[in-house]
Design a binder for this molecule. Sequence first.
Ligand code: GLN
Length: 190
Amino acid sequence: MGQVGILALQGAFAKHGEALDRLGVAWCLVRTADDLAGVDRLIIPGGESTTMTRLLRTEGWWPQLKAFAEQHPVMGTCAGLIMLAHALAEPDSRVAPLGVLDVTVDRNAYGRQTESFSAPLQTSAWPEGAPFQGVFIRAPRVTACGPGVAVVARLGDEPVAVRQGGWLGLAFHPELTGDDRFHRYFLDAC
Ligand code: GLN
């Protein structure tokens, strides 16, 4: 396997590198379209999808990022899930999702920053199914999934981890708990 890229325009990218270090996987930060040439999969971190969109637009490489995402495995967490989605429940001209993962997301649906929470998630992502502690920070809710999308973790009845082929979208922040099982799952299964 080649290097894993971590999109580092903005947001919570650093701790993904720590997770990949613990897993012994080579990675690099992706800050320009040229950086994409050196990676064979990508993590889009949490942060703020309006800011990521603005930077991709002003730096002019949204189309290259979309083309990369169409052809490679990508894990998007929180704002990264929003960027992977096909559609926003409430379209907003400030956010331009890449349109690869066939889900609709409702931004900030789990509340404000001060309403951040952590909760055990039921998951089918690994055989023993042991819960994963999900950290939700202004998290998006998945409000619709297309037919090709598998739900791999739920919070109560709601999908919070969804997968379609090589694309994995997580509403929560898997890099904040020191539990690397979703990073491992992305590397092994997607
Ligand atoms: N609410 C943010 C957005 O719309 C995402 C929050 C996060 O990534 N923790 O992009």
